[in-house]
Write a protein that binds this ligand. Structure first.
Ligand code: FAQ
Length: 309
């Protein structure tokens, strides 16, 4: 009966075991999982654009090869995640349609421009750093296909993060102008990186239920604090500062205190009004339209093969 199924589901969650695609799950769980996985997949795909803008302008063949590989990894992450969403009954074409029609979200962070090559390094260091901080606990998320996808994704993200940090170290050993470029990029990306973790706990409508279902293992504010704590010594080692006069060690809490985040900015960017939202979606829409003939040809080929098999 429905009650037995519900009890079995709850027992599975309680014992820290995984929910698998064929298992019964409450509609709300399925909906939440599809929402989070789709948003995550869209972020990876839209996230190819800010760095992708620098592939043709990378300063050396080595940097270009590294950047190409990183952006390709992001495409791969998007694809595993769309696959994970289909195990819940989602339709990938429909998810893409919702993205390009503004009916599904992607991470706010990808709506900011990449003005100099230092931004490529800072995205690796801070944006991938924040992504890892958020995603390592998701390797223990209760939905099996999502948790397993996270393991591989996190390994690749760690490599991306080191890549960004190494790029910045190199620039910091360069000229004064290069050091200024790095500091300027850090100034522009620091606050948006903190916003990646989502609204504060008191204003996060999904956290309580997602924690109860063990989809999320920590709250938005817990992960944001963890990220601040790990980033400060990295900034010191690099020789840059964060644009926050309130940032300081609090011995009593055993954490860094930091200034108030401009939540109105996050709201604006999420609702479509960030610096690059229109540009990002227009580009994604064009790629989808330009690729239509490939999808049609592949479907026609598959139908033909199916007919003769
Ligand atoms: N941007 O109730 P909550 C990457 C939405 S990393 C946009 O707290 P939740 C790697 C939220 O969806 C980036 N929307 O929601 C990479 C919800 O929407 P609703 C992607 C945001 O889900 C690096 C509403 O606000 N990572 O791509 C944001 O419990 C470099 C209320 O929020 C993931 O997606 C935001 N920052 O917690 C690629 C990780 N924050 O209900 C390329 C998986 C919140 O209206 C280059 N996701 N919202 O539909 C998660 O861990 C969670 O979904 C959170 C939000 C923590 C993002």
């Amino acid at each position: 009966s429905e009650e037995d199924l519900q009890a079995h589901f709850e027992h599975t969650i309680e014992r820290d075991q995984r929910i698998e695609p064929r298992d019964w799950m409450p509609d709300g769980y399925r909906k939440t999982m599809i929402r989070q996985i789709a948003q995550h997949a869209h972020s990876e795909i839209i996230g190819m654009q800010p760095e992708g803008d620098w592939i043709t302008r990378a300063p050396s063949l080595r940097r270009k090869a590294i950047l190409l590989a990183k952006v390709q990894d992001e495409a791969g992450h998007g694809l595993y995640l769309y696959s994970a969403s289909t195990t819940l009954g989602a339709d990938r074409a429909e998810l893409t349609d919702k993205l390009i029609n503004g009916r599904q979200k992607y991470s706010s962070i990808f709506n900011y421009p990449t003005l100099t090559f230092a931004d490529v390094g800072v995205i690796g260091w801070l944006v991938d750093g924040a992504a890892i901080c958020n995603q390592v606990p998701l390797c223990r998320s209760s939905y099996g296909p999502y948790a397993r996808a996270m393991i591989r994704i996190c390994k690749e993200e760690s490599f991306h993060q080191r890549q960004g940090y190494e790029l910045l170290m190199t620039m910091m050993r360069g000229t004064e102008a290069q050091r200024e470029m790095v500091q300027d990029a850090v100034n522009r990306w620091w606050w948006p990186s903190l916003m990646m973790f989502g609204p504060p706990d008191a204003e996060s409508p999904n956290t309580a239920q997602s924690m109860a279902w063990k989809i999320k293992r920590h709250t938005n504010d817990e992960l944001r604090q963890r990220f601040v704590d790990m980033s400060v010594p990295q900034a010191e080692a690099l020789g840059v500062t964060f644009p926050d006069p309130d940032l300081q060690w609090n011995a009593e809490r055993g954490h860094y205190d930091f200034g108030e985040i401009d939540w109105s900015e996050l709201k604006r960017v999420i609702s479509g009004d960030g610096p690059c939202n229109a540009e990002r979606i227009a580009r994604r829409r064009k790629a989808q339209e330009d690729g239509a003939w490939v999808r049609e040809a592949a479907a026609a080929h598959a139908a033909k093969k199916g007919a003769t098999a």
